[in-house]
Design a protein around this ligand. Structure first.
Ligand SMILES: C[S@@+](CC[C@H](N)C(=O)[O-])C[C@H]1O[C@@H](n2cnc3c(N)ncnc32)[C@H](O)[C@@H]1O
Length: 330
């Protein structure tokens, strides 16, 4: 059995790997392309002396990007995230006033910022694939507004319901279910590994044992099933990683390595559950055009003069997300 994993745990586990952003395979650190263009434009409009807050910052790719700008030495940059974070790049950003606060949900940001001697209202709120995760949306709007100075702006890159990242997430959820299913690779490896271990001591008995050969065949079938899936998958990374990782475990045990394979498989299982949760949350929180319309209608209830736009960010015919700009009246 795997203990129920929370959103916070799933992301904390991810950020502890040191990854800079959540779409490690979809965005380059140099921020070229449509999302980079959006943030370049945002950065070029931030006035001197501005206070910037990045919501759901993760390991802080947006603060890191902003910290590289000439004007950054005049800005105060803060980031908050619900999860435990591990932004190693901060050690080398000493010329900029930047601080990231982990284990801090948006709803508690004001009190935590205050406790840390930081401002509690900002000229610019940013978020990359983050703010939309916070629901109910009316709370997320309210909480973000409390952190916004009059006349402040929001600049968000958000997941798009028809975007490539949502598509990848849907595929990865299906991959995880396949891997963790009753005849999936994890279960098959679990059944096989004790036989592999026993074969080191007594190869003949294992060779002639029907259960052992059933376990071997079932494992091979599971591996073949992955190969079939890989042939048609447009998002193969997770499957490849699991296939290589489990294959290597089986090969090591078969070669006589004394490994706690039960624990290793349990870690794999937990990691896959966490991946699934992150993907499912992306799917559940990505924004369609009608979500954007509803969002903007809610903003206008709070400020009839608010200016809000959303553009689709695409590159090489891949729809990556929404670029949302909100300017509050003074
Ligand atoms: C897809 S990641 C984006 C992280 C980062 N902005 C990036 O571009 O890589 C979504 C983040 O939202 C955070 N998050 C979810 N709910 C939150 C909340 N209520 N308050 C603050 N952060 C939250 C998660 O912990 C996670 O780190």
């Amino acid at each position: 059995m795997t203990a129920e994993i929370t959103r916070e745990d799933a992301w904390s586990e991810y950020w502890q790997t040191g990854a800079l952003h959540s779409c490690a395979t979809s965005l380059d650190d140099g921020y070229s392309g449509a999302i980079g263009d959006f943030w370049h434009e945002v950065a070029s409009e931030i006035p001197e002396g501005a206070a910037v807050l990045d919501i759901a910052t993760g390991n802080g790719p947006v603060p890191k990007f902003l910290a590289g700008f000439n004007n950054a030495s005049t800005w105060l940059i803060r980031g908050i995230d619900l999860a435990g974070i591990h932004p190693t790049w901060l050690n080398s950003a000493s010329h900029v006033d930047v601080k990231l606060i982990g284990n801090c949900g948006l709803g508690e940001a004001q009190s935590k910022l205050l406790a840390g001697g930081d401002p509690t209202q900002f000229n610019v709120l940013t978020s990359q694939f983050g703010w939309e995760y916070i629901t109910p949306r009316s709370d997320a709007i309210e909480q973000a507004l409390q952190l916004t100075k009059p006349g402040g702006v929001w600049r968000f890159v958000s997941h798009h319901a028809d975007g490539v990242l949502a598509k990848v997430a849907r595929e990865e959820v299906a991959h995880v279910d396949f891997l963790l299913g009753e005849s999936g690779l994890l279960k098959r490896a679990k059944d096989l590994l004790p036989w592999m271990e026993r074969a080191i001591l007594d190869v003949e008995t294992v060779r002639n044992n029907a259960q052992a050969s059933d376990a071997r065949n079932a494992y091979n079938d599971a591996m073949a099933g992955i190969s079939d899936r890989l042939r048609t998958s447009s998002a193969p990374d997770l499957l490849n990683e699991a296939r290589e990782g489990i294959h290597s475990l089986v090969a090591q045990v078969g070669g006589g390595a004394k490994l706690r394979h039960h624990d290793i498989l349990m870690q794999w299982r937990q990691g896959l559950h966490a991946s699934r949760l992150r993907c499912q949350e992306l799917i559940d929180h990505c924004l369609s055009q009608s979500d954007i319309d509803m969002l903007f209608a809610e903003l206008r209830i709070r400020d009839s003069d608010v200016a809000a736009t959303a553009v689709e960010l695409s590159q090489a015919e891949r729809l990556l997300g929404w670029g949302i700009r909100v300017n509050w009246s003074a």
